[in-house]
Write a protein that binds this ligand. Sequence first.
Ligand SMILES: Nc1ncnc2c1ncn2[C@@H]1O[C@H](COP(=O)(O)OP(=O)(O)O)[C@@H](O)[C@H]1O
Ligand SMILES: [Mg+2]
Length: 329
Amino acid sequence: MAAEVILDVQELRAYYRILKGDVKALDGVSFQVRRGEILGIAGESGCGKSTLAHTLMLRKPPLRHIDGKAIFLGQDIMTMSKEAFRQRRLRDISIIPQYALDALSPTKKIRTFMSDIVREHGIPADKKFFERVEERLRFVNLSPDVLDRYPIELSGGMKQRIIMVISTILNPELVIADEITSALDVSSQRFAASLLVELRDQGIIGSAMFITHDLAILYQIADRLMIMYGGHIVEMGPIDEIVYRPRHPYTKALIDSLPRVGVQYEEQKLEGIKGTPPELLNIGPGCRFRFRCPYKTSKCEQTPITEHINPEHSIACWHYTEIGSESVG
Ligand SMILES: Nc1ncnc2c1ncn2[C@@H]1O[C@H](COP(=O)(O)OP(=O)(O)O)[C@@H](O)[C@H]1O
Ligand SMILES: [Mg+2]
């Protein structure tokens, strides 16, 4: 039985229109999010992960929607009016943005912060609302006392859990979590990631897009994995298949740079990827990984077509059949 699709993104393009031209940070991406899944999204810094989240949720200048659709529960959110989308935010689709912890105003108690947010969305911050908040705080292992504290009195991990409570308070169908763990220490990272799984397992949220540059966390929680590079999707498939049988040269390089489980960190050689992701300002066609790719040929001057290796696993590389699927590391 095919899983129900709740978000269907088709050839989505969004550029930053700046004085010097277009930063093509999201350049024709197509994928689906299925009901109940955790879709991991990975790639180095500057590959367009946050731009994807912002295109779906927050689009602020200079970020402009150029082309393509994002059909969420039957409606294209790219053409929806601001007001119609405001009605759905928090209720149906919710984002936990990168740097969300900074959103907690130092001069406001948590209770005031939460009231302000839900009122912005037209929801009364009444007794019933706070009963629900308290129940959820307990669910994430926090005492309701935190409501009467200031952010400075709370640890990073506690603040992260508070942000997660508020983002999911109306049981959204889809949560987009952008680098929610990167500012935290290792145990808080694990806790925040497993909390998202728990929220999904309990039916509090439907599905999640979990964005991070940290593949090890995704391996613990994601059902499928999407790898982004230079504003494109280069590979996508079931988590085990991508981690153990990566096919795209970029995915292979990313996996190779991971510390191996069970191996002492100091003892192993980390195969870092040389170079950095490309500058996307006014970038032309072609595979965007070709500048760093050992398999590059003249064919790579053309943008690769996305092909399916099997119904679940897709890849955008002209040379994947030659590169094969030998295991790495
Ligand atoms: N406000 C902006 N104006 C111009 N370019 C931007 C802006 N924000 C991000 N970019 C560029 O867009 C590209 C993708 O960035 P981003 O989506 O933040 O990547 P990631 O989240 O994967 O690190 C980068 O090249 C970045 O420099
Ligand atoms: Mg980012």
